[in-house]
Design a protein around this ligand. Structure first.
Ligand code: GAL
Length: 682
């Protein structure tokens, strides 16, 4: 096992513990195939350079076909076979999907939706995170696997459950109600304090006893917003508690084996507060699937970047992505040539030391038979498998990258799950606001400027960044307001946007005018929000157009100036973007949604104010996505062409790393990646 500087652990590479290498592999589901196919599998894995697989993720019904019947023979054989072929295993606790005998005997483990409907078995992950009955069965299985395989030489890591919360994050059952009450009791101590926090004087909601409190089930109108926010916090915590319960057993029985679980930092998956979960695992793992649309590539980069921050800037494990099409979008497009390598290497650029796929061999039956895999339906004689093999050779050549860490950027985007949750609650000025989209738009603007920005959690260390953009930072408890004030006082440049600084941790509005908690720092005051109807726009005097939101801003501090003014709309003539300079730093406010293009036009001014500059030559700014890893001596510049025309990198010096999927020439075609080893200046 490799002990990282910050105490995080990495894979225990069974056969060659000291060798630095990137992990490469997939979810492997041998139980879906006849035994003879397994020999084909391990042969092809070797050919492709696969060195690790995730095993037994959905194998509960196979391992434990009845309550007191266990069948480990097939798994013993699979583990031995993989080990004999030099393939390590990240072994699942197999608890992700309960078997039919369990749900038949104990239907009380099934989740219940907000309307009171039971979520029946038939798909997967049909379990209540708070069910004591489910927990007992899951822990029994976890213990059985740890006892049987804890000292197996193939075992490199434990994989707790799978994508916790993918389908079952919100459960409104009676078990959930009981656990929610306990959670509230430890948060608030007394019912009186809960009444205060939930503002239950409103709509006659005052509680007299814990037993009266319910999850926010289907109600006649908007459920209490603080109740909704707390239920989101509780639901994330309930799954985290399950992760902890399985991990405790694994740590007790196999202390030398690192533990992970696959997060889903991607798209609109928002139920799990991963910034809060990251400390629970020995190394962070993520699943990411490329979405469709004009910002798909930026979204991948954004997600990988944020995952890197969850990992503390240290390497993390890409547990799943796809070689080509998925099966769960309305229309599932195959990746274009080069897409598989580009997506994989973008994750590596942002810190992944493992590149894995769902799944090894494409299923012939079941709900995911049209989801791509490393070995597609067409077999090894296919472009997909050839691309997989080429990627395997590339990752083998990139061994010097293994263990390198992120070189911190000068700018950062602050990402906050609480603001995501609270900002998008119902009964707000606009139901159209999208927290993650706004953050992504800023990220695209940084890419367009050719300026690296880390995507960091709100609890991360903010000092050291010259520029912080905190879009829609809706929830600002007093302590966070103080941190931001200190940040600016010590020379930092803060940018925030519409609907920021509005509420405290209880979702209570900071009074006296918006943006309450940040009003003085920004030197502005807003009396009323001005959300826009769909299709309505406002022009700004700097040539950009806003949608979604406007604010009627008064400048309240002589040091605050308008960087842009509304030309049209209800607030024509009033400030749209403001800047308050302080002796050492500054605080800016953007009061409308400008989208990626509008923000790209505005960001250069904000960069100028903060002194943050691009590290790239002018001719490729905006055209390449730059990520930097470092081994402490040398930097590794990952340059990915994100545009639709060639990028001339002749002005970027450094030694190119070899690898069949990597550009060796200074001309980078669209989607191509070039990695340069460089000695940092100074
Ligand atoms: C993940 C899941 C995998 C597979 C994959 C398909 O959500 O962990 O088991 O379903 O998506 O994209």
């Amino acid at each position: 096992m490799v002990e990282a500087e910050n105490g995080r652990r990495w894979l225990r590479w069974p056969s060659e513990p000291e060798r630095a290498r990137l992990a490469f592999g997939a979810d492997y589901n041998p139980e879906q195939w006849p035994r003879e196919v397994w020999d084909e599998d391990v042969r092809a894995m070797r050919a492709a350079g696969v060195n690790i697989v995730a095993l037994a993720i959905f194998s509960w019904a196979r391992i434990q076909p009845r309550e007191d019947v266990w069948d480990f023979d097939w798994l013993d054989e699979a583990m031995d076979l993989l080990h004999a072929h030099g393939v390590a295993v990240n072994l699942a606790t197999a608890t992700a999907s309960p078997p039919p005998w369990l749900t038949t005997k104990h239907p009380e483990i099934l989740p219940v939706d907000a309307d009171g409907h039971t979520v029946w078995p038939g798909a997967r992950q049909h379990w209540r995170p708070t069910s004591p009955v489910f927990r007992a069965h899951a822990l029994r299985l976890t213990r059985a696997l740890a006892e049987r395989y804890g000292s197996h030489p193939a075992l490199a890591a434990w994989h707790v459950s799978n994508e916790l919360g993918c389908h079952n994050v919100y459960d409104y059952s009676d078990d959930a109600a009981a656990a929610f009450r306990e959670w509230l009791r430890s948060r608030y101590g007394t019912v009186a304090e809960l009444n205060r926090a939930w503002a239950t004087t409103f709509w006659s909601q005052r509680y007299g006893d814990w037993a009266q409190i319910l999850p926010p089930r289907l109600a006649a109108s908007y459920p209490n917003p603080t109740q909704q926010l707390d239920f989101k916090r509780f639901s994330s915590d309930a799954l985290k508690d399950h992760l902890r319960a399985e991990s405790d057993i694994l740590r007790e029985l196999t202390p030398g084996i690192p533990i992970t679980t696959n997060f889903m930092v991607m798209g609109e998956t928002k139920g799990m507060n991963y910034a809060d979960w990251a400390g629970e695992v020995d190394f962070v793992s993520n699943d990411h699937y490329l979405l469709t649309g004009p910002q798909a590539q930026d979204e991948l980069s954004f997600s990988a970047n944020l995952t890197g921050s969850l990992a503390g800037g240290r390497p993390w494990y890409l547990m799943e992505h796809s070689t080509s099409a998925v099966n769960w979008q309305p229309v599932n497009l195959a990746k274009k040539p080069g897409g598989l390598a580009r997506d994989s290497l973008t994750h590596v650029a942002y810190g992944a030391d493992a590149v894995c796929f769902f799944q090894w061999r494409q299923s012939a039956g079941g709900a995911e038979k049209y989801h791509s895999a490393m070995v597609p339906h067409a077999g090894e004689d296919s472009d997909v498998f050839r691309s997989v093999t080429e990627l395997g050779a590339t990752l083998a050549a990139l061994a010097p990258i293994a263990g390198t860490v992120r070189r911190r950027a000068a700018a950062a985007i602050v990402f906050d799950w609480e603001s995501w949750w609270a900002g998008e609650l119902d009964s707000h000025p606009s139901s159209r606001l999208r927290y993650r989209q706004e953050a992504l738009d800023w990220y695209s603007a940084f890419l367009a400027a050719g300026v690296r920005a880390d995507v960091i959690g709100v609890a991360d260390d903010l000092t050291g960044y010259d520029l912080l953009v905190a879009p829609i930072l809706h929830v600002v408890p007093g302590e966070l307001a103080r941190r931001l004030e200190e940040y600016v006082a010590s020379g930092g440049h803060l940018v925030t946007t519409y609907f920021s600084g509005i509420v405290d941790e209880n979702d209570h509005v900071w009074l006296g005018g918006y943006p309450g908690a940040l009003r003085d720092l920004l030197g502005i005051r807003i009396e009323e929000f001005g959300p826009l109807l769909d299709g309505d726009t406002v022009d700004l005097d700097i040539g950009v157009t806003g949608t979604l939101w406007t604010d009627r801003i008064d400048l309240t501090d002589p040091a605050t100036e308008a960087l842009a003014v509304y030309k049209t709309g209800d607030h024509a003539g009033r400030p749209a973007i403001t800047l308050r300079r302080t002796p050492a730093g500054s605080a800016s406010y953007v009061s409308t949604r400008l989208g990626p293009d509008g923000l790209a036009a505005v960001l250069p001014d904000l960069l100028n104010v903060s002194g943050v500059a691009s590290e790239l030559p002018a001719e490729v700014r905006g055209l390449v996505d730059l990520a930097v890893r470092t081994d402490g001596t040398d930097d590794y510049w990952f340059l990915t062409n994100r545009g639709d025309h060639d990028a001339d990198l002749s002005a970027v010096s450094g030694d190119p790393l070899p690898g069949p999927s990597l550009a060796q020439h200074t001309t980078l075609t669209p989607g191509q990646v070039r990695i340069l080893r460089r000695r940092p200046a100074g």
